[in-house]
Design a protein around this ligand. Structure first.
Ligand SMILES: *Cc1c(COP(=O)(O)O)cnc(C)c1O
Length: 411
């Protein structure tokens, strides 16, 4: 980001820093699959990376590039590659940067599908050590000479554990290990992983950045901090670029080009429009979440509330130090004997569904849905009670939300 303007000003005006097409304030949606040159020599130079330009939509598109630039600014990064979904962005790490025999240290408190991805990767010959990343000592103890990256989320969904981000960043810097942070739950407005030494940052654009539940997307941002000469898996072909570009050059070719999970231009357009109001939405949904979590924690009919904004949260001090606000996600358990399905059905505003970071408040009974497939044993290990309800708080008027969650308890 520039030091001259604030977060939202910078994002709102980012498209105008490059050529404006026909005076269009929004970056136009370029649907062309291929990009032509009147001089065939120019086409060859674009293919050879000797001059910038687009060639085929799977590897790059002007509408998607404009969004990539926006996200790079949000994360104060060096470069960004967008993908069709957040999972495709995480998968790109595996496809583009890991080899058989490599080792990954990952937080055990993970988005369910990332947890499933690590199982797939393990079956393909990469070892993944799952540790309690709220404690840097556990991360350090799991490192081996084959460890290629450490992967954590900022605030874990649904129990809101917060990784020991600063100390893990220091550890990775000392050891020359790539530190990858999934910033989806905080968003680049509340937290920049670059500030704790992350080399790569993941964002699911489907969540708070797009923010309206109308487009899927994912992004991988290189912060420019990691020294790619220390990464053993860079193929010689990509070492012809300046060193800072090695990682992204390889990911763009080996992941995006070879596996093809490209973000479509229409989705990029939706996400870019959503991004303009991301900071406003994060402030409103975070203050709504704090008010709701405080109300529920004070209610004797609630067994537990998990939210980093509460003083009872184990990493409350760390969250206060690192994040601009505590974000929109919390979860809570009802007292035994209360049926979580009955409670959810009594809510009039909050909607029973998956997804996060929507403008509307969304609720889901975790153990019976998103964490069903992993089984009771793994759920118990992850602290997922049968009555646990996850709430992704929206931007509704605060009083209306408080009244809705209260009337559902009273009923
Ligand atoms: C949703 C989510 C993802 C995956 O994003 P999709 O766009 O749904 O593929 C990854 N990480 C976290 C933390 C998420 O919440």
């Amino acid at each position: 980001m520039t030091d001259k303007y604030g977060f939202t000003t910078t994002i709102l005006h980012s498209d105008r820093q490059k050529t404006i097409e026909h005076g269009s304030l929004h970056k136009p949606v370029h649907t062309s699959v291929t990009f032509a040159y009147s001089d065939a020599r120019q086409l060859a130079e674009v293919f050879q990376g000797k001059q910038p330009g687009y060639r085929y939509g799977r590897q790059g598109n002007p509408t998607v590039s404009a969004l990539e630039d926006q996200i790079t600014k949000m994360e104060d990064g060096y470069a960004t590659i967008c993908f069709a979904t957040g999972m495709a962005a995480i998968g790109a790490l595996v496809q583009g940067l890991l080899r058989e025999g490599d080792h990954v240290v990952s937080s055990a408190f993970l988005f369910g599908n990332t947890n499933s991805l690590w199982q797939t990767v393990t079956a393909q010959g990469t070892q993944v050590a799952m540790v309690d990343a709220t404690d840097v000592a556990q991360v350090e103890a799991a490192l081996t000479p084959a460890t290629r990256l450490v992967f954590v989320e900022t605030i874990a969904n649904p129990r809101t554990q917060i990784a020991d981000l600063k100390r893990i960043g220091e550890l990775c810097r000392e050891r020359g290990i790539l530190f990858v942070v999934d910033n989806t739950m905080t968003s680049p407005y509340l937290f920049r992983p670059k500030s704790v030494g992350a080399g790569l940052v993941i964002n699911s654009l489907t969540k708070s950045i797009g923010g309206h539940g109308d487009a899927l997307g994912g992004a991988l941002t290189d912060t420019g901090l990691y020294d790619w000469s220390r990464f053993p898996n860079i193929i010689d072909t990509y070492k012809r670029f300046p060193q800072v570009q090695w990682g992204m050059a390889q990911v763009r070719a080996k992941s995006l080009r070879d596996f093809g999970a490209a973000l479509g231009p229409e989705a990029a357009h939706h996400i870019a429009i959503g991004a303009e109001t991301m900071a406003l939405r994060m402030e409103r949904s975070s203050s709504n979440a704090l008010a709701l979590a405080q109300m529920l924690e004070a209610d004797p009919r609630i067994a537990a509330v998990y939210y980093p904004g509460l003083k009872s949260h184990p990493q409350h001090a760390l969250a206060t130090e690192l994040f601009r606000a505590y974000s929109y996600l919390f979860s809570f358990e009802l007292k035994p004997g209360t049926d979580c399905f009955d409670y959810l059905n009594r809510l009039k505003l909050a909607i029973s569904t998956s997804n996060l970071g929507d403008t509307r408040t969304l609720v889901i009974p975790v153990a019976h849905t998103i964490f069903y497939e992993m089984g009771a044993e793994r759920r118990a290990a992850m602290g997922i009670a049968d009555s646990l309800i996850r709430v992704s708080v929206g931007i509704e008027d605060t009083a209306d939300l408080l009244a809705d969650f209260k009337q559902a308890l009273d009923a």
